[in-house]
Design a protein around this ligand. Structure first.
Ligand code: HEM
Length: 424
């Protein structure tokens, strides 16, 4: 273990217990005259003994002592890191964590004498979150947490932990996620960093919009970006849907989470759109298995929950499920998650083709499903239902309905784009 950790421990003990505490710990460890140099390495067992003795002196469990020690050490590590030039001046907790292995701990390795830096792997999931895997056989995860907590206090950031697994509970490694517990930062996108990555790799972004209740998506390129705004080039039809919706969802190839942006301006001649207010969404976008459409005319629906009957209007529907706005004043019982439900509605199709037969519409449907959630909406309640696997007949009908909705929307969109082009 590196000498600076012993010097830091001396400082910590004396700060907590007063002068002489360090010497008492050294005596108890039979190390009376031991001096520690800030540029030498010492056996790990020495450090572990001194951690145990410190815990005993402080009358605290070892993990608690290590956390407090880490927290105490943080400001000193930042000062030292800055003066060594391994920490950039504007780095805060998550930036330091992001560069921990490559920039911060690597300079302390001394491969010739067999000293390797601690194995702490970090991955920046997004601006406000870093995933950490700690694999060291020293099992000092409490120290790691303490240092991170201390960094948060030092930089006055609302640092929080999501702990997934821990070595102290028999796991082979510790894995946790460190995040800024602030709704603004959880959705914050570092535009220069993320769009700079896409721009430098000349990769394409996928845009997701909808038109007449039908989803449309296409690829685009980043032309320019600043701290607040991104200029993208997008094919005409997608550009039109973006202009109508005044917003877009997008996924960048290197980001696991999707983004949402407002459209500030569209240049239909050049095929450009400028995106502002770019924020993270709750998860990935564009991963739906089924085409989800919103009916163009009101589509009544009734739902049977045991012996009770509820009515409402379909907000959107796919082969995977449906979202319903319940009738005003509809009194829901204490609805349990995943309660089974039968959904009855009628699809406004002129006809459907079922193998060799043609069935005239409108087509009645009765699908089984389960309630996913219920939430307040427009003075009433909206209910999401996931369908159980559809029978072949139902799945063919749903497919034909989505295709028809898609074709109608595509035709209307093409007509709009053509008339905009002719108007120029
Ligand atoms: C968020 C920031 C940091 C965290 C979470 C962190 C965490 C840790 C942990 C858990 C250890 C002991 C791990 C083990 O050996 O298994 C450690 C050791 C060490 N850290 Fe950090 N550290 C941070 C920042 C820094 C900075 C800024 C410096 C230096 C300027 C630094 C220097 C060291 C050194 C020298 C050791 C001892 C390495 C050895 O003996 O092999 N750390 N750190």
């Amino acid at each position: 273990m590196h000498g600076i950790l012993f010097l830091a421990l001396e400082d910590f003990l004396e700060a907590r217990l007063g002068e002489g505490a360090w010497n008492r710990a050294l005596q108890a460890a039979n190390l009376d005259d031991q001096e520690f140099e800030p540029d030498r390495y010492y056996p790990d067992s020495l450090a572990m003994d001194l951690f145990e003795l410190s815990a005993r002196q402080l009358k605290q469990p070892l993990t608690q002592t290590l956390e407090l020690f880490g927290q105490h050490m943080s400001p000193g590590l930042v000062t030292m890191g800055r003066s060594m030039g391994i920490l950039q001046k504007d780095w805060k907790t998550l930036d330091i964590l992001e560069h921990l292995q490559s920039h911060v701990l690597a300079p302390f390795a001394n491969i010739e004498s067999g000293v390797m830096p601690p194995d702490i792997r970090t991955y920046r999931l997004k601006h406000g979150e870093v995933a950490v895997a700690y694999v060291s056989r020293r099992k000092l995860c409490a120290l790691l947490k303490g240092i991170i907590r201390g960094m948060g206090l030092f930089f006055q950031e609302p640092i929080a932990f999501k702990e997934h697994v821990c070595m102290l509970q028999e796991a082979p490694l510790c894995r946790m996620s460190i995040f800024l517990d602030d709704p603004f930062f959880l959705r914050y996108v570092d535009i220069e960093r993320e769009f700079g990555t896409v721009h430098s790799r000349i990769s394409e972004i996928t845009f997701y919009n909808s038109f007449q209740g039908v989803p449309f998506s296409d690829l685009g390129l980043v032309l320019r970006y600043s701290k607040e705004e991104v200029l993208v080039q997008v094919p005409p039809m997608q550009l039109h849907t973006m202009k109508e919706e005044k917003q877009t969802f997008l996924s960048l190839p290197h980001l696991p989470q999707g983004l949402k942006a407002l459209i500030r301006e569209v240049d239909g001649v050049q095929g450009f759109a400028s995106l502002v207010n770019i924020r993270l969404t709750d998860g990935a976008v564009g991963c739906r298995r089924f085409l989800r459409v919103a009916p163009d005319k009101p589509m009544p629906v009734s739902m049977k929950l045991g012996k009770r009957l509820f009515r409402g209007m379909i907000l959107n529907i796919s082969g995977g499920g449906v979202r319903v706005l319940l009738e005003k004043g509809c009194r829901l019982p204490e609805v349990l998650l995943f309660e089974p439900v039968t959904v009855d509605f009628s699809l406004p199709l002129k006809y459907v083709e079922l193998d060799d037969t043609i069935v005239l519409g409108p087509v009645p449907m009765a699908l089984e499903g389960n309630i996913l959630d219920v939430s307040p909406m427009d003075g009433s309640m909206a209910m999401r239902i996931v369908f159980s696997a559809l029978a072949r007949r139902d799945s063919l009908i749903m497919e034909q309905y989505s295709t028809k909705m898609h074709d109608d929307a595509m035709e209307a969109l093409q007509a709009k784009v053509a008339s905009a082009r002719n108007a120029k």
